[in-house]
Design a protein around this ligand. Structure first.
Ligand code: SAH
Length: 671
């Protein structure tokens, strides 16, 4: 390794920081120190509170790196520009030495009289001082630490606020009179090593002192508008990997079951509800990520549509925490589509605007709403501002007859809809006593909305999408599936049974999902001659995903159906049959196959468990679909009875029998 050329600013503090970084490496390194003055070192007149350019304290060093005059530069992280010049990269971020602010002066901070002069060079610190003591006088100061301390000695100020770490680095920790009671500038006390992106070898040297190695990540995930089925697969995968999920009030609690191993934190955000303030929340996200956790911030709709997502990204990236985004279906487009209301339609609407009804800052409540020009207008956060919205639309010249649709709790079970025009909508909305969250849609195409009430069913199984032809089908799972971990010995034994079997019988998609990965781990290739028999198309499809092929499918989705199919197409005598199944024994298949002379080996590969109890909706439900005897059992365990007016549907005769036994008549329904 040739001599490493290290760039630094001239101050004593800057040079000490170079020493600190090289020391952290823990091995002697051949280096040459090169000093450069940045604009910030030359121009001592411009106050930092005037917010000079981002590279005020790095420009000369950035240039030197790009001209190959140095190999790395060492900075205080807070001086590094948010966006480095192309070709440069942060190689390492050191652990913080001390992130507090210190008060240096003859009197202690709490003894300062009104009017005392407090010297500081940072805008953030000025705000913090004002928030605590607006009777103090703030003096804008500049210069090296030594120069700033001289101002105190010469009594030009009563004291100064500086970073504690700077004093410690210069061996002047004694000067710290008090530690100030607020959070220091982000990343205060941390050092950054900046180098050329292409210098992989040098980057590698500094990797071991880079604290970001141990950081987790924050993923902002969109949960969709309400109906838990309107979440994306990518979001479900992100939840599955999360260590910690922060969710807000727009999010259906059922979605949290996709994050079984995560800590769940309610982040609130209902209007007027003071759960976690945004700043507090951002800080918690940061802290969890810094502890190395995979953090998911689960937000209603799309995370970057009116959801303070931008604030979170800015805050987290200012701490160099990686932020990923999983887009979601926004309520702004998802709810109209769900209702069959096109926001665009040829000849009728060729533009859409999404508008926040909270445009003003908190202090300026009275500003009139700005209404952009578009054929369809969608207002979010507008329910309490309806009067102002109507007035603003009329003032813009929209006619009284302009149609308006308000959707409260769209796509959810308790969805409520009011349809009127600019003249009637306020009255109708008041009558209906709509609750937030609500979407206000204005424009001609809302006339596509037809008030036909579909029947709404709760679906207690795992594949509600198969029943959508019935009406609105709401996923209300009463069973959840948990894999059974096999011991190493058992896995070997299962592999031998698999090899020996003439026929493998899989009775459900869950069976496939929990059996195939075990087999595929034991054998890299599925033997082509292995015959699979399955119940139902869905199970066959699932098998294909794992590279298997179902030779025999029973289209009647019952154990009886499969048995009839099998016995019709092959002699079963002497056949070795492997039957992976749930831990709940269902002796029917085994008994009947054995009766025909087959040799059956059963393996329990997954267990059915009951998900946590949720409250049943008190209105809006017409019926319930049970898909197995365990869904019936678990439902009755949680709710004791099926509400009287509901229609009860059963997936097959076995489920119907279980309902009968519990005292309920039901109709059989086919997917
Ligand atoms: N990021 C979210 C919006 C957050 S702002 C998204 O993309 O959907 C919150 C506003 O969204 C609410 O005030 C309301 O106007 C709208 N909203 C969210 N979910 C809704 C729902 N289920 N029904 C009606 N409006 C909803």
């Amino acid at each position: 390794m040739p001599v490493l050329k290290v760039g630094s600013r001239p101050s004593k503090l800057a040079r000490t920081q170079v020493q600190e970084v090289l020391c952290l490496l823990g091995q002697p390194i051949d280096y040459e120190l090169k000093i450069f003055k940045t604009r910030g070192d030359i121009d001592k007149a411009t106050p930092l509170t005037a917010q000079p350019a981002d590279d005020f304290f790095t420009d000369a060093l950035d240039a030197a790196l790009l001209k190959n005059e140095i190999d790395i530069a060492v900075h205080s992280v807070k001086d590094v520009p948010k966006i480095l010049p192309p070709g440069l990269d942060i190689f390492a971020l050191t652990a913080p030495l001390d992130d507090t602010d210190a008060w240096v002066g003859p009197l202690s901070w709490s003894d300062l009289p009104a009017g005392a002069k407090v010297g500081t060079s940072s805008l953030l610190r000025q705000t913090q001082v004002k928030a605590l003591r607006d009777d103090l006088q703030i003096v804008d100061i500049r210069g090296t630490i030594e120069e700033r301390l001289k101002l105190v000695d010469k009594k030009q100020v009563d004291g100064i606020i500086v970073a504690s770490c700077a004093l410690k680095r210069l061996g002047m920790a004694d000067a710290i009179r008090d530690v100030l009671p607020w959070e220091g500038t982000p990343l205060q006390g941390q050092l950054a090593v900046v180098g050329r992106t292409k210098d992989f070898e040098i980057k590698e040297i500094f990797k071991k002192i880079d604290v970001r190695r141990t950081y987790g990540r924050v993923t902002l995930v969109g949960a969709g508008p309400g109906d838990p089925e309107l979440i994306t697969l990518k979001a479900v995968n992100a939840l599955g990997k999360a260590d910690c999920v922060f969710y807000d009030y727009l999010v259906d609690a059922h979605l949290l079951s996709y994050a079984p191993r995560a800590e769940h934190v309610y982040a609130g955000k209902r209007k007027g509800e003071h759960s976690l303030a945004q700043e507090e929340l951002s800080r918690m996200l940061k802290n969890k990520a810094m502890e190395g956790r995979e953090v998911v911030r689960l937000k209603g709709g799309d995370p970057l549509i009116f959801g303070r997502g931008a604030d979170e990204i800015e805050y987290l990236t200012s701490y160099h925490i990686e932020v990923d985004i999983v887009p979601g279906l926004s309520s702004a487009t998802g709810i109209p589509s769900y209702l069959g209301v096109p926001l665009t339609a040829r000849g009728r609407s060729s533009s859409v605007a999404f508008i926040s009804a909270h445009q003003e800052d908190e202090k300026n409540e009275s500003l009139p709403l700005l209404i952009p020009t578009a054929d369809s207008l969608v207002f979010l956060m507008g329910l309490t501002k309806l009067a102002a919205i109507v007035a603003a639309l009329k003032a813009k010249g929209l006619s009284d007859a302009t149609p308006v649709l308000i959707v409260s709790r769209g796509t959810r079970l308790d969805e409520q809809i009011v349809h009127g025009d600019l003249n009637t909508i306020e009255f109708l909305c008041h009558e209906a006593d709509l609750k937030p969250p609500a979407l206000i849609i204005v424009g001609k195409t809302t006339q596509f909305y037809r008030r036909h009430r579909q029947k709404t069913y709760l679906h207690c199984g795992t594949h509600p999408q198969l029943y959508h032809h019935l009406g609105r089908v709401i996923a209300w799972p009463m069973i959840d599936i948990k894999p059974i971990e096999l011991k190493a010995d058992d896995r070997q034994k299962l592999a031998r049974d698999f090899d020996a079997a003439d026929l493998v019988v899989l009775t459900s998609p869950a069976g496939v999902r929990h059996f195939m990965p075990v087999i595929l781990k034991l054998k890299s290739l599925l033997p082509a001659n292995k015959i699979f028999a399955v119940i139902g198309r869905q199970t066959a499809r699932e098998l294909e995903i794992f590279g298997g092929h179902a030779h025999i499918i029973s289209y009647e989705e019952t154990a009886q159906g499969l048995f009839d199919t099998l016995s019709a197409i092959m002699p079963l005598r002497g056949k070795k049959i492997l039957l992976p199944r749930s831990a709940l024994p269902n002796p029917f298949l085994r008994k009947n196959l054995e009766h025909q002379g087959a040799l059956v080996t059963e393996w329990a590969v997954y267990d059915n468990i009951k998900p946590p109890r949720r409250n049943l909706p008190d209105a809006g439900v017409d019926g319930v679909i049970f898909t197995s005897p365990s869904t019936v059992k678990n439902f009755l365990q949680d709710y004791h009875r099926v509400p009287a007016p509901w229609t009860i549907l059963a997936k097959g005769p076995v489920t119907q029998a279980a309902l009968k036994e519990a005292g309920y008549d039901s109709k059989i329904i086919y997917a």
